[in-house]
Design a protein around this ligand. Structure first.
Ligand SMILES: NC(=O)c1ccc[n+]([C@@H]2O[C@H](COP(=O)([O-])OP(=O)(O)OC[C@H]3O[C@@H](n4cnc5c(N)ncnc54)[C@H](OP(=O)(O)O)[C@@H]3O)[C@@H](O)[C@H]2O)c1
Length: 344
């Protein structure tokens, strides 16, 4: 690839159901020139997040949809290569909404907020995984929304993913007596118990989640960290303890549905168990991100939080990489490497 070319992946049309290659278009534009108080960033690592499926749709959301013909919105980490900006210098790593493109000329503000300088001593791509949105979501979802406490029995769905894997480990750190993960496939379940320290892993592809939860949580579930929705959420609702807390983080099993899902059939369990189901958005915790990053860095360094990164390569593979989240091919955080850092 010529360094004078800026490859950009644009949203060509709104997907119906599953994401397809034809929903995107690859365009080549000239690499932007620096000036006017801006700086030029070489994009290096792209983050893949289920919420991108929502950004592609013209439905009410927490952010406006990506316009047709616009660069596909994405969090990413890049390196500043040239700067006319007083606060960013060549060689700095930055993370934020850099999008599916090779180069970005910016004043530091993106459509998803200001770019953050990656602190020295931190692996830049960790800013997209354990120290990024998914790690922060796990932290606030489990602690503030789930209000996990000593002795709790905790269930995490989507447990081998970027958010779920960290959420379950935080529950254990906070004193949960039993952490049960639900994930797809033997490899992921083995990783959960052998590496991430979950007490139990249930393979929803081959096991009956409802009866397994009843066996593994005989006194009921105190905290549910819900990433999947649908039948998996119903199985947890059927096995709640009194005063259970359900942190509704997401419902990825519904994101490609053309017709909206009717919701859990057994929601009255919330009444019977005096339980609380609360949705949350990590962005609301932005003023406290520093607290979470400090805690996560500490736990990673102490070997109390393990995380996996699933790294694909090549900007042209961005659509296929996004699909991996929905087919469950990723173990841990889904990333795409699109270049080596230009400045050593
Ligand atoms: N509320 C917030 O602020 C916030 C922030 C970030 C993320 N989230 C939500 O957190 C959840 C996890 O996101 P993530 O970025 O960490 O992704 P992830 O868990 O790393 O990847 C997605 C995983 O979802 C599972 N999955 C996909 N389709 C499924 C289906 N039909 N049934 C069951 N499992 C399915 C797959 O694992 P298996 O192989 O196990 O199926 C896949 O690996 C998503 O719901 C996302 O929307 C919310």
């Amino acid at each position: 690839m010529s360094e004078g070319i800026n490859r950009q992946v644009l949203l060509a049309r709104r997907p119906v159901g599953e994401i397809r290659d034809q929903d995107f278009e690859l365009r080549e534009a000239p690499r932007p020139e620096v000036g006017g108080g801006q700086f030029l960033v070489r994009n290096l690592w792209l983050s893949f997040d289920p919420t991108q499926r929502g950004w592609m749709s013209d439905l009410p959301g927490y952010m406006p949809p990506v316009p047709i013909g616009g660069v596909m919105r994405a969090l990413a980490v890049g390196q500043v290569v040239e700067s006319d900006h007083p606060e960013f210098k060549a060689g700095d790593y930055v993370s934020g909404g850099l999008g599916w493109q090779d180069w970005i000329l910016t004043d530091g503000m993106t459509e998803v907020g200001p770019l953050q300088r990656v602190p020295d001593g931190i692996d830049p791509k960790a800013m997209l995984s354990v120290l990024g949105i998914t790690g922060l979501t796990a932290y606030f979802g489990m602690i503030d929304v789930g209000q996990v406490a000593g002795g709790d029995t905790v269930v995490v769905s989507g447990a081998a993913g970027a958010t779920g894997s960290v959420a379950g480990q935080i529950a254990a750190i906070k004193g949960a007596s039993r952490v049960i993960g639900i994930a797809g496939g033997r490899e992921k379940c083995g990783w959960l118990t052998d590496v991430a320290g979950f007490d139990v892993a249930i393979d929803y592809r081959t096991e009956n989640v409802l009866t397994r939860l009843a066996d593994e949580a005989p006194n009921g579930i105190d905290v549910v960290f819900e990433n999947v929705g649908g039948d998996i959420l119903e199985a947890s609702l059927a096995n709640l303890a009194m005063r259970a807390r359900i942190a509704l983080c997401g419902a990825i099993s519904t994101y490609n549905q053309v017709e909206p899902s009717p919701g859990p059939r057994n929601y009255l369990q919330l009444v019977i168990k005096r339980a609380r189901l609360e949705g949350f958005l990590v962005l609301d915790y932005a003023p406290r991100f520093g607290e979470a990053v400090d805690a996560l860095v500490g736990w990673v360094n102490e070997g109390r939080v393990h995380y996996a990164e699933d790294i694909q390569e090549g900007l042209e593979n961005a659509p296929a990489t996004l699909r991996r989240l929905f087919s469950g091919q990723n173990l841990g955080k889904q990333l795409l490497k699109i270049a080596d850092a230009p400045i050593a």
